[in-house]
Design a binder for this molecule. Structure first.
Ligand SMILES: [Zn+2]
Length: 322
C-alpha cells in the first residue's frame, strides 16, 4: 500500500491537501476509487475509508483500490459544516475544469486528477451535525446506458432501505454527473446522521464498498444482496421563509401525507411564527435537527442552511424480491 498527500498551492487562499491511499492488487484489473469527507462533518464515511485502507487484503484484490479518506481536509480540521469554510461553496455541486476559479473549483479540479482514469467511484456521505438522515443510496442515472447500469450495480450490496434512481440531471450533484458523462460508473451513499461516527453506519459504508468490489469482480466471493426498495421520485426541500427556532414534527425515514404538518418555526420565546406542511405524500430523507434557522443564509444562492425537511416523492417503488 502507498499513501501520499497531494499538496497544491492556491493563489489567494490556504494550500490544498488531499490524502490518497493506493492499494495495488496481486493481479491487474479495474481501478476503483472511494472518497469521503467532502462534507466535513460526515464522519461515518471517513472512518469507513480508514477501515478499507487498514484492512483490505491486497492479496485478494484484482486491480487497484484508491481511497481518499478526507476530500476537504481544511473543512475537516475546522469542524466545518457542509460548505467550504474558505469560499462557502458546496463542493459536490462543482465540476472540474476551472482551477483558476474559486478555492472549491480548484479543489474539485485537483480531486479530479485523482478520480480520472477510474472505472468505478463511490463517494461516501452522511448527515451533517445538523441533519438527521435516513440511510439511502442515490444512483446517478445520467450518461451512457451501460454506465448507468454499472452505477446501479454498485448499489446492490448496501444494507439500506432505499436505493434511489435519480434521472433528472438537475438534481444530480455536478461531480456525480460529470463522472458518469466521463464513463465512470459511480454513486454517492448517504449513511449516517448528525455527524456521529456510529459503528452501524461505518459498517454499512464499508460493507457496501466491499460488495460493490465483489460485484465488479475485484474481490472474490458472492456479494451481499440485502433487501432494498428501488425508488424513483422528485427530490425537494421545504425551506424556512423566516428565521427563528425550528421544531420538527417528523423523523427521518417517515412517509408524510399531503397536508401533514412537518414542524414549526417559533420566535425566540416559543411563539409560533409559521407552521410548515408537506405539499404532497413523500419520504423524509432527512430533516434539520438543529433548531437554529437563519433563512437568509444562502451563500452563492445555495439554500442548505435555510432547509427544514428534505423529501422524496415515491412515484415508483419496487419492493425487494422474495
Ligand atoms: Zn455530504
Amino acid at each position: 500500500m502507498k499513501t501520499e498527500i497531494i499538496r497544491r498551492k492556491f493563489q489567494g487562499g490556504p494550500p490544498l491537501e488531499i490524502p490518497v491511499a493506493t492499494i495495488d492488487g496481486a493481479v491487474s484489473g479495474p481501478i476503483f476509487t472511494v472518497i469521503s469527507g467532502m462534507h466535513a462533518g460526515e464522519y461515518s464515511g471517513v472512518l469507513a475509508a480508514q477501515r478499507l485502507i487498514q484492512t483490505l487484503d491486497a492479496g485478494r484484490l484484482s486491480g487497484t483500490l484508491r481511497v481518499v479518506p478526507i476530500v476537504s481536509t481544511a473543512a475537516f480540521l475546522a469542524r466545518n459544516m457542509q460548505l467550504s469554510p474558505i469560499d462557502e461553496r458546496e463542493v459536490h455541486y462543482y465540476a472540474p475544469g476551472n482551477p483558476g476559479g474559486s478555492y472549491t473549483e480548484f479543489q474539485i479540479d485537483t480531486l479530479y486528477s485523482i478520480l480520472r482514469g477510474s472505472d468505478f467511484v463511490i463517494d461516501m456521505h452522511s448527515g451533517e451535525f445538523a441533519q438527521a438522515l435516513h440511510p439511502w443510496v442515490p444512483v446517478p442515472m445520467v450518461g451512457a446506458p451501460d454506465v448507468q447500469e454499472a452505477s446501479r450495480s454498485l448499489s446492490m450490496g448496501y444494507r439500506v432501505e432505499y436505493v434511489e434512481l435519480r434521472r433528472e440531471r438537475s438534481s444530480v450533484p455536478r461531480l456525480a454527473a460529470y463522472l458518469a458523462d466521463d464513463g465512470i460508473a459511480n454513486l454517492w451513499a448517504e449513511v449516517g446522521k448528525n455527524g456521529l461516527p456510529d459503528e452501524e453506519h461505518i459498517a454499512i459504508h464499508h460493507d457496501g464498498v466491499i460488495a460493490a468490489m465483489q460485484t465488479v469482480g475485484m474481490l472474490p466471493g458472492p456479494p451481499e444482496r440485502p433487501p432494498q426498495k428501488t425508488v424513483e421520485g422528485r427530490r425537494f426541500q421545504v425551506n424556512a421563509n423566516q428565521s427563528g427556532v425550528w421544531h420538527s414534527y417528523v423523523r427521518e425515514g417517515e412517509i408524510v401525507d399531503a397536508g401533514q404538518e412537518l414542524g414549526k418555526i417559533t420566535d425566540y420565546f416559543g411563539e409560533t411564527l409559521e407552521v410548515y406542511m408537506a405539499p404532497e405524500r413523500a419520504l423524509v430523507l432527512y430533516y434539520w435537527s438543529s433548531p437554529a434557522i437563519d433563512h437568509t443564509r444562502r451563500p452563492h444562492g445555495y439554500d442548505w442552511h435555510a432547509g427544514l425537511v428534505s423529501l422524496l416523492t415515491l412515484d415508483s417503488v419496487i419492493e425487494p424480491a422474495g
